[in-house]
Structure formats: C-alpha cells, structure tokens
Ligand binder design. Structure first.
Ligand SMILES: [Zn+2]
Ligand SMILES: [Zn+2]
Length: 347
C-alpha cells in the first residue's frame, strides 16, 4: 500500500510503498482510510518529542503517523461479529484490551494493554490501517469518513474537556477558550450547543477568530505580543476573571494567560500540550482556590456522543484537505499557525 512515512525525526515525510497491514488477532479490523486528520502531535512526533515513548513501545523508523482516522472496513478477524466489510466507520484512537480495570470502567484512555495506531504503531497516513473491534464506531446514516475523521482525536479531546467544564458553565458564567484551531473549533461548537455560558475565544489568527464567531463565540480576543490581550479578557469578565478556561493549546504562552485570567474558584482545564507551567502557589492557586485539570483525549462513549452531536448538525468540522503527497505542506501550514480548522490527509 501507499503510505506517507517518516524516515527519521526531523526529516521530510516521503510517500512510498510499504507492506499492507495483516490480521493477526481474532478481533483485529483493517480499515481502508477515507480521511486522516493531521494533528499537532504529528509535529511533536516529527520533532522527536515522543522518542522516549517510541523506544518504550519498540517503534522504529520509518514510521507512519496518523491517529484520527475514518474509512471503510475491508477485513475483520474471525472474532469480529458486530462490524462487517464495507461499513463506514470512525476509529477511536486507542485499540484497547477490554479486560483491564480501566476498560471495565469505560475509561478507555487508561487501558493497561492498548495499541495506539499512529503514535506507537503504524497509523492512518496510508491506504489501510489496522485497529481492533473495540475501537470501531459505526457512522450514523448521512455521515461519510471525510465528514468526521478529525472527530476521532481533535474532536474527542475537545469534547471531553468541554464535558468536564459543563457542570461549571451555568448561565451567567464566563468561559475563556484558548485556541480556535483544530481542537478549539470543535470545542467552541460543542460548548455552545450544550451551555449558555458567555464564551470568550482567544487566538492569534484573525481569520480563526472570524470563524469563532460563527462557531458560537460571544466575544473574540486576538493574542498580542505585548500581552495586552490579558487585560482585554479581564475587561470582558468585568475584572472578575473566568469561571472556566479551556486551554486547547498548552504551549507557546497561552497556558500562562490561562492562569492569569482565572477568577475566584476558577477552573483551568488543559487539553493542549507541549509547554510547561509554573505559577505562584499562594497568589494564583490557594488564594483564588483555583483548580487545574488535565484532560486526555476521551472515551469511546464520548466519541459516540460527539458523533451524535455532529449528526444533529450541532458540530460541523472545518477542514483543509491535502493529498498524501501534501503531508509536508500540512505540517508547515499547521506549524505556521495558518491552518483553518483541521488539516486532513486524503489517501
Ligand atoms: Zn492528536
Ligand atoms: Zn484495557
């Protein structure tokens, strides 16, 4: 099959022919890839930031990234009975075991014996990808793989963070969303459809902020190099600060802005990563009694919920499509901050 492979860290991706994935276990499923979202994590992999994880997982180069995939089932193992060849499906990013304590709680991301295609096994930037039956989410009528691929990771990550925010975002509260890109554009729509909180969206891209108003933002603030956007955000909260911050970036500075705009009893829910965080414990954590929450991708059931929201038209993906050969363009577009919505490869 054709695949966009990473020959080594920091090298350009190249499209070449590699062996097709094969059924090895009774619950394996092979999917013909219809679309695969391009994630900031693919940049982190490209930069070598996940090298330790790769070493631990026995991953070697060349490697196929791609962990938000949708397509059609082409082959199933003998133990798979609930999906059939030809079904249009979305892949939960993690292929979990189903037997461990976490799996039995429905806490998929903390499975003790999982395979993560695109992160620690060959992924979806190829004609075919292998996962297992537990990861397969059949698509509702009317949705195609191209309509939904980025829901598998960007969407799910944003949705889980929004779900954590929901009990705190009662009418009259103020929620600051950091980032209106791949995660943010889905998070804003999900938050808008499920909450009457006042939504303030912060991003560096004016174009993304224009879109954010359509997605459901009540106010938009553009990030300035001099940091004056922090005062703008505080003014929009009448000086009280935010009840909730959803940080979909987690690097390059917005993670500090998030702490700085948090109000009393405020909660900072962090779903983006790459950076570090430090703050004054007395002034910024104890005195305001702030809460800082980490959020990691999401569960199978949350993905089903998000798909239902999408099927009802409450969430619409904005994507920029690239052919497999365009993978290096996708990387540079995302790296430069000029990607609108989610980048998506169409093999
Ligand atoms: Zn991702
Ligand atoms: Zn498990």
């Amino acid at each position: 099959m054709r695949a966009a492979v990473l020959p080594g860290y920091d090298l350009d991706f190249v499209v070449e022919t590699i062996p097709d994935p094969m059924i090895q276990h009774s619950n394996d499923v092979i999917v013909k890839v219809g679309a695969a979202g391009f994630c900031r994590t693919d940049i982190h992999i490209w930069m070598g930031q996940l090298a330790e994880l790769h070493k631990a997982a026995g991953v070697s180069m060349p490697f196929v990234c791609g962990h938000e995939t949708a397509g059609w089932v082409v082959e199933v193992g003998p133990g798979v009975t609930h999906v059939s060849v030809g079904d249009a499906v979305l892949l939960h990013p993690l292929a979990t075991c189903g037997y461990c304590m976490a799996c039995r709680r429905g806490d998929d991301m903390h499975c003790e014996d999982s395979v993560f295609p695109g992160i620690a096994a060959q992924g979806g930037f190829a004609e075919y990808v292998k996962t297992n039956a537990r990861a397969i989410v059949p698509l509702p009528e009317g949705l195609t793989p191209r309509d939904v691929a980025p829901l598998a990771d960007a969407g799910l990550t944003a949705y889980r963070a929004v779900r954590k925010a929901l009990p705190l975002t009662t009418p009259g509260t103020r929620t600051v969303v950091m980032g209106a890109g791949g995660l943010g554009h889905i998070g804003i729509q999900a938050l808008r459809s499920l909450s009457q909180t006042d939504i303030i969206v912060v991003d560096r891209s004016e174009q993304a902020l224009e879109h954010a108003k359509i997605w459901g933002a009540d106010h938009v603030v553009s990030t300035k190099d001099d940091g004056s956007h922090v005062k703008e955000i505080m003014d929009l909260t009448l000086g009280n600060g935010a009840d909730v911050v959803l940080d979909f970036i987690g690097e390059h500075g917005p993670q500090f802005d998030a702490i700085n705009v948090l109000g009393r009893h405020g909660t900072d829910i962090i779903a983006g990563y790459g950076g570090r965080l430090d703050f004054d414990i007395l002034a910024q954590l104890l005195t305001p009694e702030a809460t800082i929450v980490g959020s990691l991708v999401g569960t199978y059931n949350e993905l089903v919920e998000l798909l239902a929201l999408t099927s009802r038209g409450a969430v619409t993906l904005t994507t920029t499509e690239f052919p497999l050969e365009g993978i290096n363009d996708a990387l540079s577009t995302l790296n430069s901050g000029s990607m609108i919505g989610r980048g998506m490869l169409i093999p």
